[in-house]
Write a protein that binds this ligand. Sequence first.
Ligand code: COA
Length: 332
Amino acid sequence: MAYAAFRSIGAYVPSKILTNAELAVMVDTSDEWITKRTGIKERRISAKNETTSDMGVKAAKKAIERSGVDVGEIDMIICATISPDYFCMPSTATIISNKLGLANVTAFDISAACTGFVYILSIAKAFIESGMKKNILIIGAEKLSAITDYTDRGTCILFGDGAGAAIISATDNKEEAIIDIHTGADGTFADLLMTPNGGSGSMHDSLDREAAGCFMQMKGNETFKVAVRTLTKDVIEILQENKIDSSDVKHFIPHQANLRIIKAVGDALKFKDDQVVLTVAKFGNTSGASIPMAINDIYEEGKLKYGELMLLDAFGGGLTWGSALVPFSPLK
Ligand code: COA
């Protein structure tokens, strides 16, 4: 049987920084309020003509370069995004495949909001274990600034842009294998986080995105409570089922939504500070890109080494959630 190994990581962050002070000029808020309630100090915003696929390609190139896998050996590309280049088609994954010069791969997007990266990791694992694919490029990429309402202080302080990518490859070595991935969803909470209009559920003639209600809306307070509950429960279950103690986890890498959520979950699970990876202060919430951007952060800081166990933990709109026990397994 083939196992799925997490071979490499890469990320891209746009150079433009949007600070809390700049947001305080745009809406009625303050650096103090944002820092206290979310832990976010700044977020990155892509250039006007920079698309989600542009960012995804830059992250992908780094992941490919670090993987030891030739670009031509990639047989599948999956992109997790809620801010695709085009609303319906073509998928961002196919645009990325073209920009990478790959003409004959399986390529598609999935929509699971901030849990997107854990979802695509689970899909890659399944395709590799089934023997159907050998080298899969997974990408979380978001231009959330395109769907953020910069007059709504309840959401615009949270979100940023960026991309992260990883290569997942087949291996015979069980020691290198992704151990387990849990994913779930509960549509009864669908209205907590949504872009209410613009889809087939509510067609609009208007091309004015603001008037058409194409921006994200969120019930922040309710989302917060569900997030803490879901993230904690999911990790307890995946650790118990795999008989792994939280002290065996080298890097706990939660979705970077809000420092208070991460702290509440980290404390409930008794993780020490040096186990918990934090990028929320500098990148804000980049939805499906947040976890691979965080993995890349510790990789580039030299903190992520061969064989170290990562525990990924995400939740997002839908609601969706997921967790994954993943040893870092670059080719030696
Ligand atoms: N600046 C200043 N005041 C703000 C504000 C802002 N940016 N946003 C909201 N407020 C105000 C509210 O209007 C409210 O005022 P009121 O008491 O006069 O009515 C007060 O702050 C408290 O609002 P509340 O929504 O209860 O704040 P909160 O502590 O829950 O923080 C969030 C708001 C959005 C930061 C927080 O709920 C959150 O992070 N939720 C989770 C969001 C999330 O993770 N989403 C992504 C899921 S993947």
